[in-house]
Design a protein. Structure first.
Length: 73
C-alpha cells in the first residue's frame, strides 16, 4: 500500500489516508501485526488532520469531521 499522508501507529493498527487530485480519498485502517486492510473508508476529501483520543479516531478533512470508535479486532 502507498500513502502520501500521515501515518498513525497504535498498539493494534496503522491508520493512514490516500487520495490524489483526480482520485477518490480514503482512510485505511490496517492490522499492525500483518498489514491486512481491516477498513477502507471513503472520505469526502483528503485527510488533513488525524487524532486519536482514548479509543476514538478523529479525522478532519477539508469539509468534514469524522469520528470512529476503534475496537480491537
Amino acid at each position: 500500500m502507498t500513502s502520501r499522508n500521515i501515518f498513525i501507529l497504535t498498539e493494534h493498527f496503522v491508520i493512514t489516508g490516500y487520495g490524489f487530485t483526480a482520485e477518490p480519498d480514503y482512510l485505511y485502517i490496517l492490522r499492525k501485526k500483518d498489514g491486512n486492510v481491516l477498513k477502507k473508508i471513503k472520505l469526502d476529501s483528503a485527510l488533513e488532520y488525524p487524532e486519536i483520543k482514548e479509543n476514538t479516531l478523529h479525522i478532519i478533512t477539508y469539509n468534514r469531521h469524522y469520528v470512529f470508535v476503534l475496537s480491537y479486532l
